[in-house]
Design a binder for this molecule. Sequence first.
Ligand code: NAD
Length: 354
Amino acid sequence: MKQPANNTGSNVRVVFGRGIRKSIAAETRRLGAARALILSTPQQSDAALETAELLGSLAIGVFCQAEMHTPVHVTNAALAHVAETKADCLIAIGGGSTTGLGKAIALHSDLPQIVVPTTYAGSEATPILGQTEDGVKTTISDPRVLPEVILYDSELVQTLPVNMSVTSSLNAMAHAAEALYATNRTANTTELAIEGLKAFVDGLPKVLANPNDLIAREATQRGAWACGTVLGQVGMALHHKLCHTLGGSFDLPHAETHAIVLPHAIAYNARAAAKELQPICDLLGGDNAGTALYQFSKNVNAPLALRDLGLKEADLDHAAELATTKPYPNPRPVTQDHIRSLLQAAWAGDTPIH
Ligand code: NAD
C-alpha cells in the first residue's frame, strides 16, 4: 500500500496502528492546540469520554450529538459550544456522521481537525461535506473541511458490529468502483482504487471470520483510507447520485443503501465501461463487474433489497425522476426508464440487470 504523502501530495498526517488513539495528546500538541473539543454520536459517547481522559487538561469539552447526514441545526449547536469553550482544535471519534460534524464546524471556524475513524466510510480522507437542511442534502467540496490528522486504530473498528462492517466495507468499495471510470481519473487514482478494493475483497472475509482479527481490521482500514482518498480526488457518477437521492429524499441509511445499490449501478455501467471495470472482475471472478459484486455481497451476507430498508415500491418512480433530473457525467447515458428498472431490481433484491 502506498503511503499518503507519495500518493496524494497532501499534507494530511495519516497514522495507522493498534492503540494509536492513545497518542491523541501528542497529536494535539503537534498541531499547537491546547483546547480540544471532542465530537461523537450519542452511541459512542464512551469513546469520546475515553479520548477526554487521554487528553487530560488538553480537553475542554465533549459534544456527543453528531447525527447522520450532518443536519445544520446540530452544526449550529456545536458551533455555539465551540465559541463558548474557545476550542482551538476538533477531535472527531466515530464514523462518517461524526467526521461530517467536525468538517461542518471546520468550514465555519477553520479549526484544525484530528479524526479517529471507527467505520470504513472514508469521509476523513476527503474535502467533501454533505449537509442536510429542511430535508434537502447538499454537498460541497472545500479544502477547509479536509482534516489535518487521521489516526486509524484497529482496536476501535473491531467494535463495529458485523452487519455494519459489511455495509461500511461496501460503502468504501463503492468509492473505488466509481473511481475506476471517473472522467478525471489518473493512473495513480486507478492504482489506489484497485488497492482499496483488494483490501476489502481479501480482508472482509477475514474480519467476518473473526471480528477481533486486528491484522485484518487494519488491512481493511488501509482499504478505507485508499477508497476515501480516491473519493476525494475524482468525480463520482450514477452510483453515488442514486445513493445521495435515496439517502437525502427518502431518509435511507447511508452505508446500507450504498451496499444494496452498488452491484446494480456497476452492472448498469459495465456495458459502457467494461474495460475500466475489469479490475473488479479480476479480483472477484466473473465477466460482469456488477454481477461479480452482487455475488460478493451475497457471500458476505450483505443486505440486497431496498425494500428491506423501508423504501416503498410506490416511491420508485419519484426516486428515478429525482436521480435523473440534473445531468452528470456517467459512462452510460442515464435515462429515467433505465434507472426506474435498475431501482426495481435493487428494491426487490434481484440479480442486477446488465
Ligand atoms: P455513522 O457514522 O452514522 O455510524 C453509524 C452508527 O454506528 C452510529 O451510531 C455510530 O455511533 C456507530 N458506530 C460507528 N463506529 C462504530 C464502532 N466502531 N463500534 C460501534 N458503533 C459504531 O456511519 P457511517 O456510515 O460511517 O457514516 C455515514 C455518514 O457519513 C453519512 O452522513 C454520509 O453522508 C457520510 N459520508 C461522507 C463522506 C464524505 O466524503 N463527505 C464519505 C462517506 C460517508
